[in-house]
Design a protein around this ligand. Structure first.
Ligand code: SAM
Ligand code: SF4
Length: 324
């Protein structure tokens, strides 16, 4: 079991398999960003399987593939297949912008990915292009393919930004009801230059909740693997909406996760810089036992919480480096 010094049990790992992306969401990966990881430092699929196997031995049960955009890494299928075959890994999920899902939804489902989180901030084509630098149509087509492949659940992640997409919530609710999707609202986080530039659009989600309550009845709901979101069912519809409030109401006391970058750095908290280079350890010839001991020791010093409110300038790396 991986327990930190605050008694939190770590059983969830987010693995970034690339820090590259075909989008440039302004709040995540600014166009000016150049400081990408060197391909020679990327963990190979074999190294990834070796590392995740050690985490599984220590009690990690759920792995989420993220990025950057995980579907731009050409070995994504091989990586998914390798991880889903590891004894002890009970769940493999994926976060994606969906631009390449039409191509990858079916092979990744066969490779063992069960659940999808998809970023979608607006259904307005022009606004989507302004936010992401990409076209909306392939994303909607990707979502359609994912539905047909039987992923369950498919959660839409909508980063809410005042004056940009906060008026688009009603339309997104209708879209999610029509397509049988779960919808989650996320507050902007001051991670990297992009995250900080989005801070001027920060909107506490309590405001969205009050707006929704004037129109719908919200009944508290629970979802499997709920994580940090607070969920509500909308009226009598099948739609469940979730609120993720890292800034206005942090959920660090129940944090059950750590993150690993594409080069094998173990990050103990999204909002802190403390990390350990497991990738370098593997390449310098350490044993599995040494890896496990290093992971154990690192988890023991996992920080209690982020400081997005107190020190908004703390995190220089972009969100795309670790995948949220
Ligand atoms: N490319 C994939 C995607 O977009 O889903 C996976 C990586 S992306 C970094 C993971 C999540 O982080 C997305 O839902 C995205 O909207 C969110 N995100 C990125 N930057 C953020 C920020 N500054 N504040 C809040 N959420 C952010
Ligand atoms: Fe790429 Fe996802 Fe970041 Fe957008 S949020 S730039 S899709 S990594």
């Amino acid at each position: 079991m991986l327990n930190d010094s605050y008694g939190r049990n770590i059983e969830y790992l987010r693995l970034s398999i690339t820090d590259r992306c075909d989008f440039r969401c302004f709040y995540c990966l600014p166009r000016s960003h150049r400081d990408f990881e060197t391909p020679a430092d990327w963990m190979t699929p074999d190294e990834i399987v070796r590392l995740i196997s050690q985490f599984a031995t220590l009690g990690v049960k759920h792995v989420r593939l993220t990025g950057g955009e995980p579907l731009v890494r050409k070995e994504v299928g091989e990586i998914a297949q390798g991880i889903s075959a590891i004894p002890g890994i009970e769940e493999l999920s994926l976060s994606t912008n969906a631009s390449r899902l039409a191509q990858f939804a079916s092979p990744l489902r066969k490779a063992g990915v069960e659940r999808l989180n998809i970023s979608l901030d607006t259904l307005n084509e022009k606004k989507f292009q302004e936010i992401t630098g990409h076209r909306l149509k392939p994303v909607l087509e990707g979502i359609e393919h994912a539905k047909q492949c039987g992923y369950s659940p498919i959660k839409i992640n909508m980063v809410i930004m005042r004056g940009i997409n906060d008026e688009d919530v009603a339309e997104m609710i209708e879209y999610c009801i029509e397509h049988g999707l779960t919808l989650r609202f996320i507050e902007t986080m001051p991670v990297g230059e992009g995250g900080r530039s989005a801070s001027e659009h920060y909107l506490p989600l309590a405001e969205i909740e009050s707006r929704l309550r004037t129109r719908y009845s919200l009944q508290p709901a629970t979802l499997r693997g709920s994580g940090p979101a607070r969920y509500f069912r909308i009226d009598d519809s099948p739609l469940v909406v979730g609120f993720i409030t890292p800034k206005s109401q942090h959920f660090c006391d129940t944090c059950n996760r750590v993150r690993v970058s594409v080069s094998g750095d173990l990050h103990l908290c999204l909002g802190q810089e403390d990390k350990l280079s497991l990738g370098k350890m593997m390449r310098s010839g350490c044993s599995d036992q040494e890896l496990r001991e290093a992971i154990h020791a690192a988890i023991a010093r996992k920080p209690f919480r982020h400081q997005f409110n107190e020190v908004p300038t703390a995190i220089i790396r972009p969100m795309s480096a670790l995948g949220g």
